[in-house]
Design a protein around this ligand. Structure first.
Ligand SMILES: CC(C)(COP(=O)(O)OP(=O)(O)OC[C@H]1O[C@@H](n2cnc3c(N)ncnc32)[C@H](O)[C@@H]1OP(=O)(O)O)[C@@H](O)C(=O)NCCC(=O)NCCS
Length: 129
């Protein structure tokens, strides 16, 4: 599957107490990037959706500032029965910096289906990369 792209402009409300990008906001955007990749991956499956099961190996490598762009690249690197593992690389872009790796993480999603009680249960996706 091809690399899935997603971008965000860092606004003042995204900042932490020292005025740079809040890490929790970065993780939230990475989660959205991962869900975009998973959404494409599951298009031909019986799954209704997929839920974030684990976030591993998260690393904040570079400070990101208000006014920077963050460009996310999501790649599905592994698939199991119900699981899908996505590597996310977040690159910052500013007036003077074209592309610098700011944050990386590995997300595990689990494909789910809504049962008759309205509960989402894991389901095998039967898809491969
Ligand atoms: C997602 C959910 C339905 C999965 O159902 P479950 O019956 O608990 O299933 P498990 O998590 O044990 O296993 C599902 C898959 O995840 C994998 N998995 C479980 N824990 C994992 C971990 N810590 N890291 C990586 N993979 C993991 C299992 O190996 C399994 O993979 P496979 O089916 O490809 O073999 C359930 O755990 C859940 O609802 N969790 C909360 C999700 C949530 O609210 N997320 C935040 C908002 S999106």
């Amino acid at each position: 599957m091809e690399t899935i792209r997603y971008s965000q402009l860092v606004m003042p409300q995204d900042a932490n107490v020292v005025g740079t990008l809040f890490g929790g906001q970065m993780v939230s955007w990475m989660d959205i990037s991962a869900s975009k990749a998973v959404h494409r991956f599951l298009k031909n499956s019986k799954a209704d959706a997929a839920l974030t099961r684990a976030i591993d190996a998260i690393e904040f490598k570079e400070t990101v500032h208000v006014g920077d762009w963050v460009n996310f690249e999501a790649n599905i690197i592994l698939t199991g029965r119900s699981s899908i593992v996505i590597k996310i690389d977040a690159y910052k872009e500013s007036k003077n910096i074209e592309k610098k790796l700011a944050c990386t993480a590995r997300f595990t999603f689990v494909s789910v289906q809504k049962d008759k009680n309205g509960t989402y249960k894991k389901i095998n996706h039967n898809q491969s990369i």
